[in-house]
Design a protein around this ligand. Structure first.
Ligand code: HEM
Length: 448
């Protein structure tokens, strides 16, 4: 890239950073409207390297593929370290990252997940058992509880009982706390990470984590004491990970297993719940879309696999993820050494950021991009560099198949049980909640 390729706001770095913190969606959308598919921000101090946000499918595709070898990942995930631990997949680089992914991925393949479909539908029905006509349902909260149960049962493989309840209540509390800006500030500022006993926030956090760890290690020990066949028959992700072996025949050490479980919990819980909340928001804005969806999924309730293969249900979930991606960007990548691609030069130190939010709003890719129109996913197939709510390349989302499967089953099961009226029929601004963007807190669906 030459200097003139670094087009973007001329304001000082701290003004740009302030705009991004206060209104990330408005700021990034505005920059793309003003400067086009590639714009550059300077956010990292007076000597900030150019942070180049990309929306053009050719360039995004190059980041996933042709340029990948010339790029490295930064330390943005460091803030998660106290929660996920140093052995977590998201803390690794290069070969070690690839090795861990190879161990994790088979457990997340669609074929492994299909066995869990009935369980997901059952958990959804259980969550609805106290819902009554006339009640205004806080969908985000309900989805969050379903999604936590899915993690506990499908990923951790726990069965309801004492340990399950102990872990559920502790994780629920922890996950709620970390979405509070005042509580989470300690993760961003290492000097605040001082354990001055249980009355200090960091001391309380460490006590909570120690209790959670005890429960997780207790579960692993119990499972180790059972015959291998019982692990093989269970089908949950922890059991599959305990059975997984790398190329040298080595199993994952317990600390690594624990760190991966915390990673999956942290990245898989609120994300799926938020995406589901948006899907509920969108389908209740348009009676024709809702009717079409219901007519496709009616009668399929007892057949999770068939449900998950329904084209319109799939299209509704994808269109919701397109219009309201809960992660605005894929992980930033830094150019290791100056490299050229397609007549363009990428100087060393430049940071490339595939921008999910703005790529999903391109009118050259999506006609009438602001419209919620699931049919576009039936009429056309979009490439992984046009539609990428789960990121792409070597660090793309591990839980993509699980979350899409869960979204479809939960959405269909709820719509098959109740009819609702929404209190939000117009365009709304997303609220930030932890690492995701959710519908406004006031969003309710009232059972009619
Ligand atoms: C709708 C729900 C979800 C969305 C939109 C989502 C989105 C993303 C995105 C954008 C990334 C970064 C990809 C990149 O930089 O290229 C990511 C990474 C990741 N996600 Fe998800 N995610 C979702 C659900 C889940 C679930 C259910 C799990 C696991 C249970 C999960 C586990 C992970 C992990 C482990 C990574 C890190 C991968 C790595 O560093 O190699 N996610 N996700």
């Amino acid at each position: 890239m030459s200097e003139h390729d670094f087009v973007g706001p001329g304001s000082p770095w701290f003004v740009q950073l302030g705009q991004l913190i206060v209104d990330p969606i408005g700021f990034l959308t505005g920059c793309r409207e003003r400067y086009g598919d590639r714009f550059t921000l300077r956010l990292l101090g007076p000597k900030s390297p150019p942070l180049v946000f990309l929306s053009d499918p050719d360039e995004v595709g190059a980041v996933w593929g042709a340029l990948a070898g010339a790029l490295e990942f930064g330390k943005v995930t460091q803030v998660f370290l106290p929660l996920v631990g140093s052995q977590s997949l998201i803390m690794q680089q290069g070969d070690r990252h690839q090795r861990q992914r190879q161990l994790l991925m088979p457990a997340f393949h669609r074929e492994s997940l299909l066995r869990q479909g009935e369980l997901i539908c059952q958990l959804t029905s259980d969550q609805m058992k106290d819902w009554r006509s006339g009640q205004a349902i806080n969908i985000r909260q309900e989805m969050s509880q379903i999604s936590l149960r899915v993690i506990l049962e499908v990923v951790f493989g726990l069965v309801p009982g004492e340990r399950y309840e102990a872990l559920r209540s502790r994780l629920e509390k922890l996950l709620d706390q970390i979405t509070d800006p005042l509580y989470s500030v300690q993760f961003f500022l290492p000097p605040l990470q001082q354990n001055w006993g249980t009355w200090s926030p960091w001391g309380r956090f460490q006590t909570q984590m120690a209790e959670i760890d005890d429960l997780i290690y207790g579960e692993m020990n119990d499972r180790r004491s059972q015959p291998v066949e019982s692990l093989e028959n269970r089908g949950d992700i922890l059991s599959l990970l305990m059975l997984a072996r790398d190329a040298e025949g080595e199993a994952m050490p317990d600390v690594e297993l624990r760190d991966q479980l915390m990673t999956l919990l942290l990245l898989g819980h609120e994300t799926t719940a938020s995406s589901l909340s948006w899907a509920f928001y969108w389908v209740h804005r348009d009676p024709a879309i809702l009717a079409k969806l219901r007519s496709e999924t009616a009668l399929l309730r007892a057949e999770p696999i068939a449900l998950s293969e329904q084209p319109y249900l799939t299209a509704v979930c994808k269109e919701s993820l397109r219009l309201k991606p809960i992660a605005l960007i894929a992980q930033p990548r830094r150019v290791k050494e100056t490299v050229s691609w397609n007549d363009r030069i990428y100087p060393e130190g430049t940071v490339l950021i595939p921008c999910i939010l703005t790529a999903h709003q391109r009118s050259a890719t999506y006609t009438e991009p602001k419209q919620f129109n699931p049919d576009r996913f039936i009429e056309r197939k979009f490439s992984p560099s046009e539609f990428f709510p789960f990121g792409g390349g070597s660090r793309s989302c591990v839980g993509m198949a699980l979350s899409l499967f869960e979204m479809k089953l939960v959405l269909a099961t709820v719509l098959d049980t109740f009819e609702f009226e929404s209190n939000l029929m117009d365009d709304v601004k997303a609220d930030r909640r932890g690492i995701t963007f959710v519908p406004p807190e006031a969003f309710r669906l009232t059972i009619v």
